[in-house]
Design a protein around this ligand. Structure first.
Ligand SMILES: [Zn+2]
Length: 129
């Protein structure tokens, strides 16, 4: 359930960005059409120009804000993904070293600490060999 959390954060960032953009567009369009309605029923004497202006601002501004704020969340997901990839690679490198230089001993399954061959338990976390 919590595997590939970086990927999930990235997906969530995309979903939130799209929801934000779509709601900005829908909100903007409804404000603009309200403005036109007010202008058409000129008898009311009100000016719909403000509604149209606000609608355009929501449409463009809201979309851009949703898009930009998703960068941070997406970047955070990317960071987690890259970090776990590095961690995985580092473990593989250590294991490869141990295999090629048998004298180094064995790598703990739990914490990846490299122990001496004669050690029966991990020197770092106490896990059994
Ligand atoms: Zn250990």
């Amino acid at each position: 359930m919590w595997d590939n959390i970086g990927e999930k954060i990235k997906l969530l960032a995309k979903v939130i960005a799209w929801v934000g953009i779509i709601s900005s567009v829908i909100g903007g369009i409804s404000l603009i059409s309200q403005g036109f309605d007010i202008n058409q029923s000129s008898r009311s004497g009100r000016d719909g120009g403000l509604f149209i202006l606000l609608g355009i601002a929501s449409l463009i501004g809201g979309s851009i804000i949703s898009w930009i704020s998703s960068f941070f969340m997406y970047g955070f997901g990317e960071l987690i993904e890259k970090t776990s990839a590095i961690e995985k690679n580092t473990r593989n490198v250590i294991s490869a070293n141990v295999v090629s230089n048998g004298e180094y001993g064995w790598v703990c399954k739990k914490c990846a600490h490299t122990n001496r061959n004669m050690a029966l338990f991990c020197n770092s976390c106490g896990e059994k060999k």
